[in-house]
Design a protein around this ligand. Structure first.
Ligand code: SF4
Length: 359
């Protein structure tokens, strides 16, 4: 593959101003790549600098409490990424020298790092000859080879990785793999867009099979649609006499493990008020009266489309109050100041905001 037109296009049109491209240490590239998984560049830009100020290197990240890391991550979603980032930092910091590893096998063995992320870190930060395959390059490669299979199919993935390898292979090009991979990502993002790819300005048009065969709008073939499930939940905004709110902490194995939330349960057929009151009693030992519905929040988690009813409640008795939920999650009364800094799941943060604004 002749990559000269691609690199010439990139020199003029690439996104050279992204902070993780200006200072490419393995640690910084790693943080950016984990943040960019399932999150738009625009959003990551808001978090990246703040996160690096809080945790400027692997050691600082490893030495921080998980709760501090989750608070910095709050709003980016997919919190498993933050927990795995933290776990991997601890592994690296526990090794002699505490340096970020620079072999593919070692990087791949870290929590939360798959083939793409390992290749991205080592090609972007160390210019190693490794291929990458993420959403933008996947679409680009699928069109280049006119792949008429859903990109998630095993055969399709094999062919896409082979295409990725063909760009950075030493046999086909002596150019920098970092520059080639970055250029491919930008080309996918800026030119080979999901709808209306701009083939007239594409530097790879001559070798694009989908363009040659008039298939650019049909490829990539969409993956089979996820079947969504409706789900109803209820959450309780419960204050005590000191205006503190009752929060529970999720444990490993639950959604949002490590984060805090207001008492919240799935509604399985009964009246939301009754089920929430029963859940609160069984989970926290608190007797409450549900007073009013304060809000309805619609959101999604994996395949679930959730309607969350938010109720206010009045504390009737704390005689049997528990310190832990039956699954071992901490229960705590939290004051206004701490509520601003404690890591909450996204709907928990919305409810905290409602309380702060007096809604
Ligand atoms: Fe994508 Fe069009 Fe370029 Fe092919 S020619 S890679 S479809 S932008």
């Amino acid at each position: 593959m002749n990559v000269s037109p691609l690199l010439a296009w990139f020199a003029e049109n690439g996104r050279h101003d992204l902070p993780w491209r200006i200072d490419r240490t393995p640690y910084k590239v790693w943080v950016s790549e984990i943040m960019l998984q399932q999150t738009q560049v625009k959003t990551v830009l808001e978090y990246y600098s703040r996160f690096l100020s809080a945790f400027p290197n692997v050691q600082a990240l490893a030495e921080s409490e998980e709760e501090t890391v989750l608070r910095q991550w709050e709003g980016l979603g997919y919190y498993r990424r933050a927990r795995q980032l933290h776990a991997a930092a601890k592994i690296i910091a526990g090794r002699p020298g505490a340096e970020f590893p620079e072999t593919f096998a070692e990087v791949l063995a870290l929590p939360g790092i798959g083939r793409y992320t390992a290749g991205a870190i080592l090609s972007f930060a160390c210019d190693q000859r490794l291929p990458i395959l993420e959403a933008n390059t996947q679409r680009l490669y699928a069109r280049l080879i006119a792949l008429e299979l859903p990109v998630t199919a095993a055969d399709a993935q094999k062919r896409l990785w082979e295409t990725a390898e063909s760009f950075v292979s030493a046999e086909t090009s002596s150019e920098s793999p970092c520059a080639i991979n970055t250029a491919l990502m930008d080309l996918g993002n800026l030119v080979c867009t999901p709808q209306n790819p701009q083939c007239d300005v594409c530097p790879l048009r001559e070798s694009c099979e989908a363009f040659r065969r008039g298939l650019t709008e049909k490829i990539p073939v969409p993956a089979p649609k996820m079947a969504y499930e409706a789900r109803t939940e209820a959450a309780l905004l419960l204050e005590n006499a000191r205006s503190e709110v009752c929060l529970l902490r999720y444990v490993p194995g639950e959604w949002w493990a490590g984060l805090w939330d207001f008492p919240r349960t799935q509604i399985t057929g009964g009246a939301p008020r009754d089920e929430l009151q029963k859940f609160t009693r069984e989970t926290t030992g608190l007797e409450v009266e549900i007073t009013e519905e304060a809000a309805k929040i619609r959101h999604s988690v994996t395949k679930y489309r959730i309607l969350l009813h938010v109720f206010r409640g009045r504390l009737v008795s704390s005689a049997n109050a528990r310190k832990e939920t039956p699954s071992g999650g901490e229960i705590r009364w939290v004051g206004e100041k701490e509520l601003e800094t404690i890591p909450l799941c996204s709907t928990g943060r919305k409810i905290a905001e409602m309380k702060r604004k007096g809604e």
